[in-house]
Design a protein around this ligand. Structure first.
Ligand code: IPE
Ligand code: IPE
Ligand code: MG
Length: 243
């Protein structure tokens, strides 16, 4: 698979909705948490796959604002798993020159999870090979609401004028202000929806859906998505002839 990828035509930013952990566990007669635990292997494989070919930004949707509505035991288990995974992977991130950042309402995470996350974010802040973005307690409507408040506040305090509002200002008021918009979105588990993820940023993103459940997702599945992306023509409203 890897050999079929055109390295000059890589998507700059790949975003992934990692879905299907619960169903993967159910198929095995196990608790949902078992699926989340196996999802960690898929995360490692995907980060490695992206790093190997030279992807610059990889965003993983790990926990949504709406996921707080799940049973408390599942939320607790996910927070614990996050703490453990971030802790276990910090060495690898440093070794591979990967910078970790987060988007979302991260202060709402459990305290030990927040601390572990901030620690790794700080340690890897100067790494340059790839930026790994974790979307945690994230939802697009939350993010856009925050942005609107920030802008309104600036107008109220006479820092800017209503006429200063443009697309650039809005983009720069989002959590993703230093991250290019995703070129490619991958969603696993055969669900065809966006689930409140990067709505503003995905205005022109190429979408790729696969039936593979997240815990089964491996390097070749990632590379298949990249190959599919490379066959597409991104016109941005123009005609084929213009581009
Ligand atoms: C994705 O798998 C992981 C998170 C949302 C945290 P799910 O837990 O949504 O798995 P399904 O969709 O129930 O199979
Ligand atoms: C989306 O998956 C959120 C994450 C992958 C973190 P969900 O499984 O929560 O999405 P819905 O609610 O089924 O759309
Ligand atoms: Mg799901």
């Amino acid at each position: 698979m890897k050999e079929k990828i055109i390295l000059e035509k890589l998507p700059e930013h790949v975003a992934i909705i990692m879905d299907g952990n619960g169903r993967w566990a159910k198929k095995r007669g196990a608790f949902r948490v078992f699926g989340h635990q196996h999802g960690v292997t898929a995360v490692k494989e995907t980060v490695e796959a992206a790093t190997e070919i030279g992807i610059k930004f990889l965003t993983l949707y790990a926990f949504s604002t709406e996921n707080w509505l799940r049973p408390k035991e599942e939320v607790d288990a996910l927070m614990e798993l996050l703490v453990r995974s971030i802790n276990n992977e910090t060495e690898t991130l440093i070794k591979n020159n990967i910078r970790l950042i987060a988007i979302g309402d991260i202060e709402s995470l459990h305290k030990n999870c927040y601390d572990e996350l901030m620690n790794t974010i700080n340690i890897t802040a100067n790494n340059t090979r790839m930026t790994l973005v974790l979307a945690l307690s994230y939802s697009s409507k939350w993010e856009i609401t925050q942005a609107v408040k920030k802008i309104a506040e600036k107008i109220k305090n006479n820092i800017i004028d209503v006429n200063d509002i443009n697309q650039e200002l809005i983009s720069n008021s989002l959590n993703t202000k230093d991250i290019p918009d995703p070129s490619l979105l991958i969603r696993t588990s055969g669900e065809y929806r966006i689930s409140n993820f990067l709505l503003w940023q995905m205005a022109y993103t190429e979408l790729y859906f696969t039936p593979v459940l997240w815990p089964d997702f491996r390097k070749n599945d990632f590379y298949s998505a990249i190959i599919d992306y490379q066959k597409r023509e991104r016109r941005f409203g123009m005609t084929s002839e213009q581009i």
